[in-house]
Ligand binder design. Sequence first.
Ligand code: 3PG
Length: 206
Amino acid sequence: MNADELLNLAPVVPVVVLEDAAAAVPLARALVAGGLPVIEVTLRTPAALEAVRRIAAEVPDAVVGAGTVVRPEDAERSLDAGARFLVSPGCTEALRAAMTATGLPFLPGIATASEAMALLERGVTAMKFFPAEASGGAGLLKSLGGPLPQIRFCPTGGITPANAPGYLALDNVGCVGGSWLTPADAVRAGDWARIEELARQAAALR
Ligand code: 3PG
């Protein structure tokens, strides 16, 4: 799977923050059951890599990746845990090199034409657009599609069920990412039925 294929797997990528690795497997099963197999576990908690490890080992229908990859060493750690893709909020040359070295598909974050062009010069054509709503939203992405049509994006940051269709309608958007599918209270309470239903609604957005 390359990064472009990753963008085509599902219309919505749940961005997950997990405090407790024990929630990882039932959470992933609920998302897969709802029709969203691509899951980004953010490296924002001590439990994150263990959560990736458990999902990779126990939920074969999930495509689990690591998000919030900000330090070069996070890339290899994520690979070792079983991540199948990497996502970063922004990018540096050192981080790009480390992500490339894993051999995994990755979505480096950009918010401007210059950032996108710097990655394009390195052969990267699939990117995260972050923070999407705060950076100019679907209007900015549509504008980038004029001079830079070869780049495809996963906009993330401020995406909701209400604004997602506007992004998904753009030629240069493969999927959108968001945290609305896994509300912290539902995860804490183990309300997997609610999460499955949120996933089902999101899977129908396109
Ligand atoms: C992130 O990486 O934090 C994602 O962009 C999540 O953003 P959201 O909480 O606005 O969906």
